[in-house]
Design a protein around this ligand. Structure first.
Ligand SMILES: [Fe+2]
Length: 701
């Protein structure tokens, strides 16, 4: 397989377009392995289950909410987190256990829906990718990823489940139950600084853990109103608004109780000002005061208080996050943050507040959607500078630390770092999601990018708009951690294999239990081309992409070109070559690849298996697990597992643990103590809600 494929558009016609599997829009909330319901034994559909599988694969996925069904208009990334665990130690059999991530806000949401249906002012509503209550605050859905924390010296395998807009929570690996957040509410700072019971803690879905030092690192950040306003695109777009702009603005004013603003909206010439005020006042109405920029790097030893440092640049100005910090990385001497191409933040609260009102929703989308930054802002922190940070549980005095900023061309969501950093050179392995916006979803009214005047299938309302607008790329960079100089870079692509790079996996554990210091092989999956998932709105948003490789005309003709299916592939990081790849059949969709080391195998980075979830056109509800030999992807799956009750939808990140056991660690944030300061000032309904519907679920914590 060559390193780079020439991109020669195939303009012939007659290819059948891939159809998005219907099972993508179906996801079950049923829990297996609890309350008398046994674990689900997956059935072998094809092949044989390898006898030297071992350990436990964890998968997490949003599965909608009690009042908003997954796949029925709800943004696919918005939903309660369902934790899946595949138990692989029974030779020739694979069992599934599942558990919803039941946080205090989960119980609040549930209780408001079921027990207080008339209390609409307290209800949580779906706002874009987030779920928010104007009174109660932001749901911490815990639906995105995991972080294993193997405290090797204590023999503890601890596990966090994570979300971009909330504190990570530790779960019990045996029962899968949510045990405790990492850090109390006092130790985290809200992006919306008023006392709401459930603060908006913007964080990273991929914190990182140094198994050598036993330290976990994460971030906690906020973005200012000015920064938020910066997300609004050119006001030339006002021309694209529907005629009912005054109705829109009036409705917004009513929503936030700002009737007095209405006169401002009477004159068209005042629209600019009105929009500005709209956002400013709306945010003010929510937050009460201006939201500052802040970025804290947080360190935790798994037992004591959180320690944090506020990041500033060398001139003393605060580090400003423009988009999100979906992932961070740790090396022996450095911490690496990337401002990632995934639009998460307070603007999501304004992104889709009127899901039942199409004209209003369209207006908000036009006003508030901008393309992602085409470049990556990287921030590097020296670990040796992390001395005596602020412990916010006990001290209000902040400690600042300087981060070095490096700008890389091309955007990214995911990256990995080698632990070793010889000569202070950090090795980054990055997936560049070029003109690929995974924070946008298909909406029911969306017009096809390829068939003017025709709508996209309504059954895909809420699905990721993964019609990427350029070929994606994979990069390996060496960046000097002291100077910020880019010492070496190599960027590869293939117009089929990297057409939309999704999630990754690699061998994280050696037979000794230790972690490799250098990543030799990385497995990725690609999304392929789906005509049904490309709205005209997204096409137009990214057609002028700065780093375009495939021309706009090529993009326009994709439906008539040879199909670009989904791939599972391996990249050798030393040579930066595509070393192995499997091409899935047309209309198959996959996610959640996970490397599982072969039992009694070698320490080779390819000696094991890759498991992934597979959605097929063969069933409208039932999904599958496919198992590949990690060293022979091209030969196809060794085994396909399924069950009529295995319905997962679009699953996200994974991890693998060699063993599970009831949690032994003593660290636990008592729930009542954690929330009481936030609840004391709330009204009686909220206080009653906590006493009656939340605290009893955590009486022993
Ligand atoms: Fe991720």
């Amino acid at each position: 397989m060559t390193k780079i494929t020439n991109i020669q558009p195939d303009m012939s016609v007659g290819y059948e377009s891939a159809k998005v599997p219907q099972s993508l829009m179906n996801s079950s909330r049923k829990e297996f392995g609890k309350n008398g319901c046994p674990k689900l034994r997956l059935e072998v559909k094809e092949g044989k289950i390898p006898l030297d599988l071992q350990g436990h694969v964890f998968i997490v996925s949003p599965v909608g909410f009690e009042d908003s069904t997954y796949g029925k208009g709800l943004a696919v990334f918005n939903g309660d987190g369902m934790i899946y665990r595949l138990d692989l130690d029974m030779q020739g059999e694979v069992y599934l256990k599942t558990e919803l991530a039941r946080t205090p806000c989960f119980y609040a949401d549930f209780a408001i829906q079921k027990q207080h249906p008339t209390q609409s002012r307290y209800r949580f509503y779906n706002w874009g990718l987030m779920r928010y209550s104007l009174i109660l605050g932001l749901r911490d859905s815990l639906n995105t990823a995991f972080l294993p924390m193997p405290f090797l010296d204590k023999g503890e395998e601890r596990l966090l489940v994570t979300y971009d807009a909330g504190r990570p929570y530790e779960i019990d690996t045996e029962s899968l139950k949510v045990i405790t957040p990492a850090g109390s509410n006092r130790e985290w700072r809200s992006a919306i600084p008023i006392k709401q019971p459930f603060p908006a803690h913007l964080s990273t879905a991929h914190p990182t853990f140094d198994a050598v030092t036993g330290e976990m690192f994460t971030v906690n950040y906020g973005r200012s109103v000015i920064n938020l306003l910066d997300t609004i695109p050119s006001f030339e777009k006002l021309n694209e608004l529907p005629d009912d702009i005054e109705d829109l603005l009036s409705a917004i004013a009513r929503l936030f109780g700002r009737e007095f603003l209405q006169p401002l909206f009477q004159e068209t010439r005042q629209v600019f000002e009105a929009i500005f005020n709209l956002v400013e006042k709306s945010v003010e109405a929510i937050v009460g005061i201006e939201v500052p920029n802040f970025v804290y790097l947080m360190r935790w030893d798994g037992n004591g208080d959180m320690e944090r440092w506020r990041l500033v640049l060398s001139d003393g100005s605060p580090v400003k996050i423009e988009q999100s910090v979906h992932q961070i990385g740790v090396t022996k001497d450095y911490i690496v943050l990337i401002d990632t191409a995934f639009k998460v933040g307070v603007e999501q609260l304004l992104n889709n507040p009127f899901p039942d009102n199409e004209p209003l929703e369209k207006s908000f989308r036009v006003l508030l959607t901008r393309p992602q930054s085409p470049d990556s802002n990287i921030y590097i922190v020296r670990r040796r500078d992390l001395i005596n940070g602020q412990r916010p549980a006990a001290c209000d005095t902040e400690v600042t630390i300087v981060a070095k900023k490096v700008i890389l061309p091309l955007e990214s969501i995911h990256f990995l770092t080698d632990y070793d950093n010889p000569d202070s050179n950090i090795t980054l392995h990055i997936a560049h999601n070029c003109a690929t916006d995974v924070s946008e979803v298909v909406r029911a009214y969306d017009e096809s990018a390829y068939q003017p005047g025709r709508s996209l299938p309504s059954r895909l309302d809420g699905m990721l708009a993964i019609g990427q607008m350029d070929v994606n790329r994979l990069g390996r960079y060496k960046i000097n951690g002291e100077t910020g100089a880019i010492v070496d870079s190599q960027v590869i692509h293939d117009d089929r294999i990297t057409f939309g790079v999704g999630l990754y996996t690699y061998r994280e554990r050696l037979p000794s239990g230790e972690f490799p210091t250098k990543i030799e092989n990385i497995y990725w999956h690609s999304w392929g081309f789906w005509e049904e998932l490309m709205p005209k709105f997204i096409f137009d948003l990214y057609k002028d992409y700065k780093h375009r490789m495939l021309g706009e005309e090529v993009m326009r003709n994709l439906p008539n070109q040879k199909p670009k299916p989904v791939y599972l592939f391996r990249v050798e990081t030393e040579t930066m070559e595509f070393a192995d790849a499997y091409e899935f059949p047309i209309s198959y969709m996959i996610s959640s690849p996970q490397f599982v080391p072969r039992k009694d195998g070698t320490g080779s980075s390819t000696d094991g298996y890759i498991l992934c979830t597979v959605l097929t056109p063969e069933s409208e509800t039932q999904d599958e697990i496919w198992i590949f030999d990690a060293d022979k992807l091209a030969q196809g799956p060794l085994s396909k597992l399924t069950h009529p009750l295995f319905k997962v939808g679009y699953t996200l990140h994974t991890t693998w643990l060699p063993t599970i056991s009831p949690r032994k660690a003593s660290y636990c944030i008592p729930v009542k103590e954690d929330y009481q300061a936030l609840v004391n000032n709330a009204d009686e309904t909220v206080r009653e809600l906590f006493e009656r519907d939340i605290y009893p679920h955590f009486e022993n914590k």
